[in-house]
Design a protein around this ligand. Structure first.
Ligand code: 5RP
Length: 235
């Protein structure tokens, strides 16, 4: 299958396939969202079918839940699972300390709840996601619909005092309507270019009324499985 893929898809496929090997029989596994995580779910589905692997999956989005069921993975809720052995998810950016920007696919809230309910989080990423300093990728924050414009203005005001290079922000759209998350919220993307103090920014954003969660994952991921366009993988 991998020989027909473009280099970027091959990179996503090979890191997902390698990460699927971390999953053992009986595990409760958090299943991420996005194109790389979709490869992971397909690879786990193959192991369920071919090796009789038995796992229960806790998906981080309705999209992932549908795919997991399609490929034969038993799906349960986070509350039914309580604690997870492992979460495997993609990322939009990761730095040398394995801090992440996530939420490009709009699932950051469920992704963070699931990842922090897991004994470990493995990120699967193509090599293009590795950065020295987070921030080139727009940082998503999830906000409630009530008072959307007021919250947006408050976020913009707050950015003025933060250690970032850019201070633009935009409401994520889905056609001519605001994008809606699985929780019925919206996403504001922060175009910061360079985030000087990611930990401080994450704490400050989450203190703003109307902001539910931000896409900075600090000290949550312990392993990155990196895929390259030529099929090489690094753990
Ligand atoms: C979704 C995410 C994804 O993990 C992130 O956007 C990476 O996606 P992809 O694997 O398609 O590049 O955080 O909310």
């Amino acid at each position: 299958m991998s020989s027909e893929l473009s280099p970027i898809d091959k990179a996503k496929f090979v890191c997902a396939k390698r990460a699927a090997q971390f999953v053992e029989n009986g595990m409760r596994v958090g299943l991420g969202t996005g194109s790389t995580a979709a490869w992971l779910v397909r690879c786990l589905g193959e192991r369920v079918r071919d090796e009789g692997l038995h796992i229960t999956g806790v998906p981080t989005s309705t999209r992932t839940a549908e795919l997991a069921r399609e490929v034969g993975i038993d799906v349960i809720t986070l509350d039914a699972a309580k604690r997870l052995d492992l979460t495997i998810d993609g990322a939009d950016e990761f730095d040398g300390a394995f801090n992440l920007i996530k939420g490009g696919g709009g699932a950051l809230l469920h992704e963070k709840v699931v990842a922090t309910s897991s004994d470990r989080m493995i990120v699967i990423a193509d090599v293009g996601k590795e950065v020295e300093t987070l921030g080139a990728f727009p940082l998503p924050i999830e906000v409630i619909p009530f008072g959307l414009q007021t919250t947006h203005a408050l976020v913009d005001e707050t950015l003025v005092s933060m250690d970032v290079l850019g201070r633009d922000s935009s409401l994520r759209m889905d056609g001519d309507k605001p994008f809606v998350t699985d929780e019925g919220n919206h996403i504001i993307d922060l175009h910061l270019k360079r985030i000087g103090d990611a930990r401080q920014l994450a704490m400050t954003l989450n203190q703003l009324p109307g902001v539910v969660e931000n896409g900075l994952f600090i000290d949550i991921c312990d392993t990155v499985v990196l895929g390259f366009g030529d099929g090489k993988v690094e753990v």
